[in-house]
Design a binder for this molecule. Structure first.
Ligand code: FAD
Length: 373
C-alpha cells in the first residue's frame, strides 16, 4: 500500500525510513519551516540521570537512547555513515557532593535495567576540568560513558537519504489533507493531489494547522529555543564529553572545535518569531561562561532557533486519529526529541503496518491531545 508522511524532522524521517525499509511505498513531504526543532537541536542523548519521575516518559527516552546503537548500524549498512552520532559520554557537574552522590546512585539504580548507561565514574575537580578544558576549575562530576551526542541535521539527512535508497520519494512543499467523508484519500501538495491509503502527520509544532480543517483541535503547544554555535581554534574537541552543568543549560562539543551552548526555554512567543534576541543571547552566554569561562574567546559561528513541540502533560503522543480511517499522528517530543524520535518513528512505522509494538499505546494516547468537540 501507499503511505504519505507529512513532516521530515527527526520523527517523520525515521518513520519514512522504517516504512521504506519494510518494503512500503512512501512519499515524504516537508515544508522546511524556519524553526524546525530537529534542525536546531543540541544533540544530547543522556536520559538516565534526569530527575523527571514520569515512567512513561522515561521508558520512551531510555528505549530511544538504546535504539541508537541498532539504528546507526542499520544506516551504515545502507552506506549512510555521516549520521552525526558519537558516543562520547557526558559529565554532570556539581559543587555539592551530596547532590553528586544522589545522581550517581540514581544512575547506578537505573543501570540495572539499562546496561547501555555504561561506566559510571566519579571525577574530581581536576579530572572534570581535564575532560573539558574550558570549564572553571570548580566542579566535580559524575561521568556516564554511554551518553552520546548527535547532530540532528546530519541524522535527519541520513535517514532521508537511506529512505530514498529503499524507494521513498522526498517532496518539498506544504501538504494538506484530502478526505472523503471520514476516510483519508491522500494529500494535496503544490496544487497536486497524491492518493494514499494512509497518511502520517509528524509535523511538530505545525500539526494543528494540518488537522484543523478536519474539525480536529490538536493540542500541541511549543517553546522557542535559541542556541549558539561557537568555534575554538587549534583544539581537537571531537572526544570531549557532553557537559551538563547545575543550571538548566548544556555545553557540548562536536568535531573540529565546534562547541554548542544553550538553549533558552521561551514560552508565549509566536510560531513565526524565529528572531535571535539580545535577551536570549545574554542568558545563554551568562550561563555558559559562568561554567566554562574558557569559552570567552571563542568565535561566534551562528545562532539557531527551533520550536520544541509539547503536549499538555509533556508526554509524547502516538496513534491513529480516532474518527478518521487511515490517519496517524505522533508528536510532543519536547526537549528530548532527538533521543526519542528515531525509536518512536520505528514504532510508528510498525503501528501503521499493523505489526506488534514494544510500547503501550495507552500511555501515549492521541486522544489526550485532541480537544473534544
Ligand atoms: P520538527 O523537527 O519540528 O519537524 C517538523 C517538520 O514538519 C518541519 O520540517 C516542518 O517544516 C514540517 N511541516 C509542518 N507542517 C507541514 C506541512 N503542512 N507540510 C509539509 N511539512 C510540514 N532533543 C534531545 O533529545 N536532545 C537535545 O539535546 C535536544 N536539544 C534541543 C535543542 C533545541 C534548541 C531544540 C529546539 C530542540 C532540542 N531537542 C533536543 C528536542 C528535539 O529537537 C525535538 O523534540 C525534535 O526535533 C522534534 O522533532 P519533530 O520531527 O517532531 O519536529
Amino acid at each position: 500500500s501507499k503511505y504519505i508522511v507529512i513532516g521530515a524532522g527527526i520523527l517523520g524521517a525515521s518513520t519514512a525510513y522504517h516504512l521504506a525499509k519494510s518494503g512500503e511505498q512512501v512519499i515524504i513531504i516537508d515544508r522546511q519551516d524556519k524553526g524546525q526543532a530537529t534542525d536546531a537541536a543540541a544533540g544530547i542523548v543522556c536520559p538516565w540521570i534526569s530527575q523527571r519521575r514520569n515512567k512513561a516518559w522515561y521508558n520512551l527516552a531510555k528505549s530511544g537512547a538504546k535504539y541508537y546503537a541498532t539504528l546507526i548500524k542499520e544506516l551504515e549498512n545502507d552506506d549512510e555513515t555521516n549520521t552525526g552520532y558519537k558516543k562520547i559520554g557526558a559529565i554532570s557537574l556539581h559543587t555539592d557532593q551530596e547532590k553528586l552522590d544522589k545522581m550517581e546512585e540514581r544512575a547506578c539504580n537505573r543501570r540495572e535495567n539499562a546496561p547501555e548507561i555504561g561506566e559510571i565514574t566519579r571525577l574530581t575537580v581536576n579530572e572534570t576540568q581535564n575532560q573539558f578544558p574550558p570549564l572553571l576549575e570548580r566542579y566535580s562530576s559524575v561521568k556516564i560513558s554511554g551518553a552520546a551526542r548527535v547532530n540532528g541535521r546530519a541524522l535527519r539527512n541520513a535517514l532521508i537519504q537511506a529512505a530514498k535508497k529503499h524507494g521513498a520519494v522526498f517532496r518539498t512543499g506544504s501538504a494538506s489533507l484530502v478526505t472523503n467523508d471520514k476516510n483519508i484519500v491522500g494529500v494535496k501538495v503544490n496544487e497536486e493531489v497524491i492518493n494514499a491509503n494512509r497518511v502520517i502527520v509528524t509535523a511538530g509544532v505545525w500539526a494543528n494547522d494540518i488537522l484543523k480543517p478536519l474539525g480536529i483541535n490538536f493540542l500541541v503547544s511549543f517553546q522557542k529555543a535559541q542556541i549558539v554555535h561557537l568555534q575554538i581554534e587549534d583544539t581537537e574537541t571531537d572526544n570531549w564529553p557532553v557537559v551538563m552543568p547545575p543550571n538548566d543549560q548544556y555545553i557540548l562539543a562536536f568535531e573540529g572545535g565546534r562547541v554548542v551552548v544553550g538553549a533558552t526555554h521561551e514560552n508565549e512567543k509566536e510560531i513565526t518569531d524565529t528572531r535571535v534576541t539580545a535577551g536570549g543571547l545574554y542568558e545563554i552566554f551568562d550561563k555558559a561562561l559562568a561554567v566554562a569561562p574558557g569559552l570567552s574567546d571563542a568565535t561566534i559561528l551562528e545562532t539557531r532557533v527551533g520550536f520544541r513541540p509539547f503536549t499538555a502533560d509533556f508526554l509524547p503522543v502516538i496513534g491513529p486519529i480516532p474518527s478518521y480511517e487511515g490517519l496517524y499522528v505522533a508528536n510532543g517530543l519536547g526537549a528530548s526529541g532527538l533521543t526519542i524520535g528515531p525509536y518512536l518513528g520505528m514504532q510508528l512505522a510498525k503501528l501503521v503496518n499493523g505489526e506488534p509494538l514494544e510500547i503501550d499505546l495507552n500511555l501515549y494516547d492521541v486522544k489526550k491531545a485532541i480537544q473534544p468537540e
